[in-house]
Design a protein around this ligand. Structure first.
Ligand code: PLP
Length: 366
């Protein structure tokens, strides 16, 4: 396309964002009465009922700017996670915290190491800042930490580890990750993205928050978008050394997190019974889906999250289209470099049964 207004080279190189169809359009086109959206790893149980109550009262203060330093929320999160208040930075989704990190720390020509395939925002943000994403392939869907260590050069500034990894749902082992963190040179930032941590059920998982005190280069990312069910409000945060929070706060927009998001996150954090219930339900669903895939003879990556990547041994786009006709939206693996896979969000019991039934039919060409 000929552009009239010359963009920065790095912006030009990024593929344009293609708007998908709205759920309403998909419904009409396929004559469906109901759609099960199992494509974005959202919490299918919604959010805590306490948040809904709170939101309905909060509307009266919308003329006021939010607290740019999120003081109340900072106190709450610092108590809950047992970290200092000056170790926290909130963002308009943890997506924004990723952007703040690259904005503050990636200079022209510097490198950031990340897996392939993983959450695409690391790569885009590093690239936009003039940095070079250094991509290390997964092994059996899992981060290859040894190869990531070997990829370190004089130019390395940052390393991203998505744990559990999106889109494969896998985790790296506890001892392996700890020894990795110890081996990374101190001047390189290690960013561990734990967007799905609340769904992890194995003991072989490294809890990184308590390690932030010990490793000054360690940054842990968390979000309220996934199990807390607040994706629509946009709020996430990072836990890190206070030297780093100070720099990120310089870079962020003044009022980057809305009033509603700050308040809802506070209320949501209090309702841990809701979180526990969602995690338990998810674990049941995960076992059911993995068991069903085994019966169907399909390979999948063992998941510790609220989604599973399964190999359908057929073109993922074709299978996803077949499922869409039956009212299920999933993510095809074609664009992710796994062309015969689907990534499906674990749904309710009913969603999961309907999904397996529909997938069986689609794979048979029915
Ligand atoms: C969904 C997701 C996020 C962030 O979501 P926000 O809504 O921006 O908080 C971050 N990392 C991974 C791996 C995710 O899947």
């Amino acid at each position: 396309m000929v552009v009239k207004f010359k963009t920065r080279k790095r912006v030009e190189a990024i593929a344009p964002y293609v708007l998908g169809k709205s759920l309403e359009e998909i419904k009409i086109e396929n004559g469906l009465s109901q759609i099960r959206k199992l494509s974005e790893n959202e919490n299918i149980y919604g959010c805590s009922p306490e948040v809904k109550k709170w939101i309905s009262f909060e509307g009266s203060d919308l003329n006021l700017y939010p607290d740019g330093m999120a003081v109340e929320l900072t106190k709450k999160v610092s108590d809950f996670f047992k970290v200092d208040q000056d170790q926290l930075v909130f963002g308009n989704g943890s997506d924004e915290v990723i952007r703040l990190l690259t904005r503050a720390y990636i200079s022209e020509g510097e490198e950031a190491i990340m897996a392939d395939v993983t959450f695409p925002r690391y790569q885009t943000n590093v690239y936009l800042e003039g940095g070079t994403p250094v991509i290390v392939p997964l092994e059996n869907g899992i981060h290859h930490l040894e190869n990531m260590l070997e990829a370190i050069t004089k130019k390395t500034k940052m390393i991203f580890v998505c744990n559990p990894n999106n889109p494969t749902g896998t985790i790296v082992g506890r001892d392996e990750l700890l020894s990795f963190i110890k081996k990374v040179p101190e001047h390189i930032l290690v960013v561990i993205d734990e967007a799905y941590v609340e769904y992890v059920s194995t003991d072989d998982f490294l809890h990184t928050v308590p390690l932030v005190e010990q490793f000054e280069n360690l940054i842990v990312l968390r979000t309220f978008s996934k199990i807390y069910g607040l994706a629509g409000l946009r709020i996430g945060f990072g836990i890190m050394n206070k030297e780093i929070t100070e720099q990120l706060r310089k870079v962020k927009d003044v009022f980057n997190v809305s009033r509603l998001a700050q308040g809802a996150a506070r209320v949501a954090l209090e309702d841990q019974a809701f979180i526990k219930k969602c995690s338990e339900n998810n674990l049941k669903g995960r076992k059911f889906l993995e068991g069903s895939f085994q019966k169907m003879g399909l390979n999948y990556f063992p998941s510790q999250s609220n989604f599973i990547m399964v190999d359908c041994e057929q073109n993922g786009d074709v299978v996803a289209r077949g499922l869409m006709k039956k009212g299920i939206i999933v993510r095809s693996g074609t664009l992710l470099g796994y062309p015969t896979t689907l990534r499906v969000t674990i749904g309710s019991d009913e969603d999961n049964h309907y999904f397996i039934e529909s997938l069986t039919q689609v794979l048979k060409g029915v």
